[in-house]
Design a protein. Structure first.
Length: 613
């Protein structure tokens, strides 16, 4: 068995060696069949001229395949490049190509004498002014390229009213404008740009030579384009030489005449693919095929030799994998059970956390509602204190009136009532009644203000209300809290201005801001001024609250609207006052509450929200 394997390996190596020898012969030993340039029959003057002009500057269109272009490595390629290489060998000169010029710029350079030679150029009267032309060595019919959806185009007349792509300064473009003056043109930079424009529908047709059309359509893979028709015209390619070098023009004609038709056909076949060759006729294909066959045989031989060894190794590895798989399945089962247990525990923990979160949200909601009522409770306490004074005075005055009436009655019963005593009694009654009425009216006004404020704050009903009255009621209801404080409160608002909004929420904002200033902005003995200003700017309600108190420290200011944030928790504050106002501004009014302050310079709160049109 080992002997058989050895023979197979040796046979495969022998075949590989034979194929290698064939490759070497094909690559290096087989004679070159391409035409080799021969020495030209030049005059002595022509030879001397070439000796004096060893470098010839060649102008070319860098994006004009199959005629000429630069490839991705910067090499000059195309039909023109093939002929330029032949000229270099024939004339023993160096042909240097220009870089970075489009066709229009090449023509300009030729006019200025910066270009000596152009390999592929059509002759025209205009170009004859600055160039000399060789005999025709390239000739292709002028065709019309359209999308395959454009059917039955019998003549260029069928393009009337359609858009034709064109590249300025191309000979075919100049010819078409002359003979087909009715066409509508759209200009592009290169041939490929024109063909792409036709393919995507930006243009309906493109007139060019057949060689360029076939090559570019295949290279760009524009499968929806076709040559719709041939025109009666031909693009004739010539070599063009600068007009002040007639010697070179004659030399070029001799060089072109020396190129046999077989070499011209080879160049055309290479770039235009006009002849279909079998793969085996292609030398490169034969080399690749030989190498591939040898490699395949070598791989087969080694594969056969090592097949049994690999089978044995595969069997051993398979058994190892089976054992490892059994162990892995056991581990997976254990891990799955552990994950299931952990998942149940995690589910229970999530349920507990969800319940805790729900309770926390309920508690927070209750605290927020309590904070909303805190200002109302403060107002109630202040109103109760304020009402107590006028009511106490009213009780005292009523008692005095009753006592006076009793004394008058006794005097009258004893028939001792004089006219003077009666007049004195009536005068006292009038003064007492006036004082009693004033105290009762004062109490009634306070009760009425409290009723409006408490009713608005207890409900969130939207209605039309007078803004100044609303703010004045808030100030009046806080008279008790402001008593014995040297603070002046100013309300700035148009008298009869009414808005459709939420008076309760506005009262809440104003009351809480006043109470907040009393707690934080001023000491009990401080004097100061608080201003409540309301106005309309375009279609927005602007409420501005300002005090000239202590202000807010810079490090505290960003947190004043955070829930449960307070600098006076020991004083019983919950840290929800301004948070509640911030929520009212956003959720109830659909606006925003802003604050600006600086330590020692007071504080300004601004409430803005849109009004109904």
């Amino acid at each position: 068995m080992m002997e058989i394997r050895r023979r197979i390996v040796l046979g495969a190596l022998l075949i590989t060696a034979m194929l290698g020898a064939f490759f070497f012969y094909e690559s290096f030993c087989q004679p070159e069949t391409a035409w080799q340039p021969t020495e030209l029959n030049l005059t002595e003057d022509e030879r001397q001229w070439l000796e004096a002009h060893k470098v010839i500057r060649l102008g070319l269109d860098e994006q004009y395949l199959p005629l000429e272009a630069y490839d991705e490595k910067g090499r000059f390629i195309g039909i023109s490049a093939e002929y330029a290489t032949i000229l270099e060998r024939q004339l023993h000169v160096k042909i240097e190509t220009t870089r970075g010029l489009n066709w229009s710029q090449v023509l300009t350079a030729a006019k200025e004498g910066k270009v000596d030679l152009i390999c592929s150029m059509a002759q025209s009267p205009e170009r004859e002014k600055y160039m000399l032309f060789s005999e025709v060595y390239l000739r292709y019919p002028v065709v019309v390229v359209t999308r395959d959806t454009l059917k039955d185009l019998e003549s260029v007349e069928g393009l009337r009213g359609k858009t034709v792509a064109g590249v300025k300064d191309y000979w075919i473009y100049d010819l078409s404008r002359l003979v087909y003056s009715f066409l509508t043109w759209r200009y592009y930079q290169t041939e490929s740009d024109c063909l792409r424009a036709v393919s995507v529908g930006d243009a309906d047709a493109y007139i060019t030579d057949a060689a360029t059309a076939n090559y570019q359509i295949e290279q760009l893979q524009l499968s929806n384009l076709r040559i719709a028709m041939e025109t009666p015209y031909f693009w004739e390619g010539r070599m063009a030489v600068r007009k002040d070098w007639p010697e070179l023009a004659g030399i070029v004609n001799k060089a072109l005449a020396a190129i046999p038709q077989s070499e011209r056909n080879r160049i055309n076949d290479k770039w235009l693919m006009t002849k279909k060759k079998s793969l085996w006729q292609n030398r490169e294909f034969r080399i690749v095929a030989a190498l591939a066959t040898g490699l395949a045989l070598t791989v087969f031989a080694f594969g056969f030799v090592w097949n049994r060894s690999l089978r044995r190794q595969v069997a051993e590895k398979t058994e190892d994998l089976r054992l490892a798989n059994d162990s892995l399945e056991e581990q997976v089962t254990k891990r799955t059970q552990a994950l299931t247990t952990a998942n149940r525990e995690l589910t229970k923990s999530n349920e507990k956390l969800a319940n805790a979160l729900e309770q926390l949200q309920q508690t927070q909601s209750q605290l927020v509602q309590s904070e909303k009522m805190a200002s109302l409770n403060t107002i109630v306490a202040g109103v109760a204190h304020e009402i107590n004074t006028p009511l106490g005075s009213s009780v005292t005055m009523a008692s005095f009136l009753a006592q006076q009436a009793k004394e008058l009655e006794e005097t009258f019963a004893q028939s001792k009532l004089t006219r003077g005593e009666l007049q004195e009694f009536l005068s006292g009654q009038r003064e007492a009644a006036a004082l009693l009425l004033a105290n009762l009216q004062r109490a009634a006004e306070m009760v009425q203000s409290f009723k409006r404020v408490s009713a608005d704050q207890a409900s969130e009903v939207r209605r039309v209300f007078p803004v100044r009255q609303c703010l004045a009621d808030v100030v009046a209801s806080l008279r008790g809290a402001l008593k014995n404080r040297q603070l002046k409160i100013i309300v700035e608002c148009p008298e009869d201005w009414c808005v459709d909004s939420y008076p309760g929420a506005l009262s809440q904002v104003a009351a809480n801001l006043i109470l907040n200033s009393l707690s934080h902005a001023y000491n009990p003995d401080d004097a100061g001024q608080i201003t409540l200003s309301a106005r309309q700017a375009e279609n927005r309600f602007i409420f501005t609250y300002s005090d000239d108190g202590k202000g807010i420290e810079a490090e505290i200011l960003p947190h004043i609207f955070d829930p449960f944030y307070t600098t006076n928790r020991s004083g019983g504050n919950t840290g929800l006052g301004l948070y509640v106002l911030y929520q009212l501004a956003q959720q109830t009014f659909g606006g925003e509450l802003l604050c600006s302050s600086e330590a020692g310079k007071g504080t300004v709160f601004t409430l803005q929200f849109p009004l109904l049109p």
